[in-house]
Design a protein around this ligand. Structure first.
Ligand code: ADP
Ligand code: MG
Length: 256
């Protein structure tokens, strides 16, 4: 049965989607079968892996709202072995539509249960909020990977995130754990980068990955080509660090 990991931080632009795509591709490189579920109406993971809007017949919205089986929404991406459940702008209405529905917090978990045997890892790319979509992801997952941008106020908002984790643990998912905390967009040349690194490690201790993701322009270019960094520029620093992260995640799961 695959491990389900949600990538979450209610701040936008911290590297959730970049990490979902490239950790996903990195895990595939290590021989894992990976499904990425896009739960952000921006659909950045979807377009970033080369899925054209015209190719999408069913999407995560249909799974959550119309009870479409997840299997019917899964598409192959530009990275062979990495599959995706796509999202489109249609998802932007889902939080409101979910509110009066039965089992509104557990709909994603129920849907994933039907496909998780087909994969080693299921990654959920969360939207930048702590609303019902993120609650669905926290209810559905085994653990949460938190990307933290190496900038001023890096820790701001994380207590709110951890509070939401506690609430979901209490009501829907007793086993929920923190998978790890990932420093992103790190600039080793600045004191700020080092300060944030120390601060985050002081707060999260061993939960912080040894791998740190630096700022790398190739990482920001890859999605406009619909490619993971491993396919866009395998020799780049970005490709190297995401491979290293994939190995760290595998080791934490007792694989290799
Ligand atoms: P989120 O999903 O948390 O909103 P994204 O992964 O979309 O964040 O990243 C926000 C922006 O920063 C995107 O334009 C992305 O290409 C860019 N980006 C993310 N990580 C890096 C990095 N390590 N180096 C350079 N640019 C990055
Ligand atoms: Mg995103």
């Amino acid at each position: 049965m695959g491990a389900v990991i949600a990538l979450a931080n209610q701040k936008g632009g911290v590297g959730k989607t970049t990490t979902s795509i490239n950790l996903g591709a990195g895990l595939v490189e290590q021989g894992q079968k990976v499904l990425l579920i896009d739960t952000d109406a921006q659909g950045n993971a979807t377009s970033g892996l080369g899925i054209q809007k015209s190719a999408i017949e069913h999407e995560i919205y249909d799974v959550l709202i119309n009870d479409t089986p997840m299997k019917e929404t899964i598409l192959h991406t530009t990275h062979p072995g990495l599959d995706i459940v796509p999202a489109t702008i249609q998802l932007s209405g889902a939080e409101i539509e979910l509110t009066p529905m039965m089992a509104r917090e557990t709909r994603l978990r129920d849907a994933i249960d039907e496909v998780r045997d087909d994969y080693d890892f299921v990654l959920i790319d969360c939207p930048p909020s702590l609303g019902l979509l993120t609650i669905n992801a926290f209810t559905a997952c085994d653990s949460i990977l938190i990307p933290v941008q190496s900038e001023y106020y890096a820790l701001e908002g994380l207590s709110q995130l951890l509070n939401t984790v506690k609430l979901v643990q209490k009501h829907f998912n007793r086993q929920l754990k923190i998978e790890g905390v990932l420093l992103t967009m790190y600039d080793a040349r600045t004191n700020l980068g080092q300060q944030v690194n120390e601060e985050v490690r002081k707060f999260f201790k061993d939960a912080v990955y040894d791998t740190i993701i630096p700022r790398n322009v190739r990482l920001s270019e890859a999605p406009s080509h619909g490619l993971s960094i491993i396919d866009y520029d395998p020799k780049s620093k970005g490709a190297q660090v995401y491979s290293a992260l994939a190995k760290e995640v595998l080791a934490a799961h007792g694989k290799k």
